[in-house]
Design a protein around this ligand. Sequence first.
Ligand code: UGA
Length: 422
Amino acid sequence: MNISIIGTGYVGLVTGVCFAKLGNKVICVDINEKKIEMINKGVPPIYEEGLEQVLVENKNRIEATRDYRYATQNTDVTFICVGTPSEDDGSIDLKFVEEAAEEIGKQLRNKDGWHLVVVKSTVLPGTTGEVVLPLLERHSGKKAGVDFGVAMNPEFLREGIAVRDFLEPDRIVIGYYDDKSREVLRKLYSSFSCPIVETLLSAAEMIKYASNAFLATKISFINEIGNMCKKLGIDAYEVADGMGLDKRIGRAFLDSGIGWGGSCFPKDLDALISWAKRIGEESNIISSVVEVNKRQPLKMIDLLKKHVPELKGKTVGVLGLAFKPNTDDIRESRAIPVVKQLLKEKAVVKAFDPKAMENFKKMFPQIRYCSSAEETLDSDAVLILTKWEEFKKLDYTEKIVIDGRRLLEAKNTAKIYEGVCW
Ligand code: UGA
């Protein structure tokens, strides 16, 4: 198939590159010239494990441009993969989705033949049918379901393993407006062996939000249980292992610690809460999930103070700044509230992260950044905030370690060791 992708952020680029790998011809559209140039040279503008190799191997089937006209005229399907930034009240800003829908609509006006428009950006239930579809109709002067198709196909890609998640999904969700759109997406995904869920546009949108909210709920739930475990001298990981064997529960996303961060869970849960309010519904569980997650990182400071009661002037080593390992992304990283609190208590903070220091520096220029993880250990106490592989090799024997991610190597060797939920 010939596919165009609007937006080359991590979802758009991974989607485009993977569709090319599956044998499709792909045209990526972005407004950023530098990104376009890089993609056309076979260099991904973002770091994502395995992406560069797939891009290079399929370079003859993928190109990037600014030109909406070229992209829509030369493809049969267009995926909208632009960002949906958060507003102050948690709701999402649809500006880029709307702009993309307008542009595609304008191009469809002059295109002969049927075209399918698929929303992949994470949007609240109702957006594809009530915002995107009318914009497409208005700007094209054509009729959805007759002259062009509309579908919603959410992504479930985890940063760091997005290529694998795309190529080996647990399920594919196709929300469709008209039968032809469903048929085309069925064909596009025909080589996948996972279940394909075919449903309403709004149900597809909700599946995405509900999935992220549920995963975050699992984590906050086990963190709440983990806090009780800590008081009782129980290892929350043994509890999670015992629970996880029940097929109805499952072990995944029951790793307790200092909670969830990243560009997706915090934003999506906030959006869901704010949207529930708008439609006059309650979101008690989701709101509590967010509250637990806000408090969880500060448990580390309480534990630290058990061993270093006065933090003023003390040197605290922070191992890990990224919101999870194998990324330089610090968005909503649990390191942010922890470092803020340490600074508030006038501790001297020295930090190390294999990839995320440059990003963290922009937010916290005042702390000391170490050139190695070992250097960070030379402190009055050490906090482990991200489970990077290389932190396993450090020598913790003489150290006071407060661990937010359950690094067994530190647990088994540190002089004084406190795990958040174990
Ligand atoms: C998440 C979802 O897992 C993806 O399915 C989804 O597509 C994506 O959001 C999105 O909406 O685009 P991601 O944000 O990349 O993916 O990160 P995860 O691997 O899910 O981790 C999120 C956070 O939860 C991290 O801070 C991680 O450390 C934490 N976590 C995860 C735990 O604290 N415990 C766990 O058991 C699992």
